[in-house]
Design a binder for this molecule. Structure first.
Ligand SMILES: [Fe+2]
Length: 325
């Protein structure tokens, strides 16, 4: 962005850093701590014609930014090992912000600060991620939230703030090269793939064939979020007497939230669509409604075969579609 700078920060969790400017002009300023203030001591400037520049693991206090008030600047930053948490001071108060999410099979690199985690997701910022990392973030979020709530007493079921989960899903950008592995090679065959689950949530990827729609249903008490990954879906809401109450078009990147008792129907148009569904907690039963108002209680025993351990399933674990929308 124009005239945008990072906070003044020290090092990158001991990561070595290489930066290449792609567009515009990027400046790097080094600072010295002097009687409670950070004073600039050196500024370097880089353009696309400049070689990539290096910041060592033990790099000093610095900021980097676009000095131009009118022109955009773009730079590519490579950190090794991954830069996971930015430490800086704001008005003299130490702050930490998660920077990137990645999965290495352990949660040792994830933040342990609930406020920092929430702060990252409330920011209007995209987080490029994969399923494993998304699951790690959600597992970490529920763990920290449970710990916070348990300070006031025992907690059986964690009920998250819907806007926080919305923000996680809205900001996350999944790589189509990854989620396309979950799509059946036959575009006429809609499927749903169980991607991840634990005691707090489950995630499905649903592939919608053209003109496919669900029945009118609720979610048996589970909250749900839907993110469109490809195509376009209609979400049709109903009142308790099954009269039409709303109709929303969900395009790529849209996220919709459904509380456990809301009655709705999801419909695809005349092309293939793909959506991600997060249910909290994973639901094992729901109600399906006919136009005449008859309510059927449906048990979905698929989840019964899964244990409590957080996991990410392989792309081959597709199952015929049942009602998880
Ligand atoms: Fe649904």
């Amino acid at each position: 962005m124009v005239a945008k700078k990072t906070p003044i920060h020290t090092g990158h969790n001991n990561a070595k850093t290489i930066v290449k400017v792609i567009q515009g002009e990027v400046t790097e300023t080094l600072y010295q701590h002097h009687f409670g203030e950070f004073l600039p001591i050196e500024t370097r400037s880089f353009k696309p014609t400049s070689p990539a520049f290096f910041q060592p693991a033990a790099f000093g206090t610095h900021s980097i930014g676009n000095a131009s008030p009118t022109e955009l600047a773009v730079s590519l930053h490579l950190y090794s090992p991954p830069y996971t948490e930015c430490e800086f001071q704001l008005d003299g108060i130490p702050k930490k912000l998660p920077v990137v999410y990645y999965s290495d099979g352990a949660d040792t690199h994830l933040t342990h600060d609930l406020k920092a985690l929430e702060g990252q997701f409330m920011a209007q910022k995209k987080v490029y991620s994969d399923f494993h990392s998304l699951v790690d973030v959600l597992v970490n979020y529920f763990k920290l939230l449970k710990e916070e709530l348990e300070k006031k007493g025992p907690v059986d079921l964690v009920k998250p703030d819907p806007s926080k989960i919305y923000r996680i899903l809205k900001n996350v950008e999944l790589n189509p090269k990854e989620w396309k592995n979950y799509i059946s090679p036959d575009p006429e065959k809609g499927t749903s793939s169980h991607v991840a689950h634990n005691a707090h949530f489950s995630i499905f990827v649903v592939i919608w064939k053209s003109n496919e729609s669900t029945t009118i249903h609720d979610h048996g008490g589970s909250q749900s979020w839907l993110k469109v990954l490809e195509g376009e879906l209609e979400e049709i809401g109903y009142d308790s007497d099954l009269s039409l109450s709303s109709m929303n078009t969900l395009v790529v990147g849209s996220v919709s939230h459904t509380n456990g008792t809301r009655i709705h129907k999801i419909a695809n148009k005349d092309r293939l669509s793909v959506s991600l569904h997060l249910h909290c907690p994973a639901y094992t039963k729901y109600h399906s409604y006919t136009k005449s108002g008859t309510r059927h209680s449906i048990s979905d025993d698929l989840l019964g075969i899964f244990g409590e351990t957080p996991s990410v399933d392989s792309p081959t674990s597709s199952s015929p579609k049942s009602q998880r929308h």
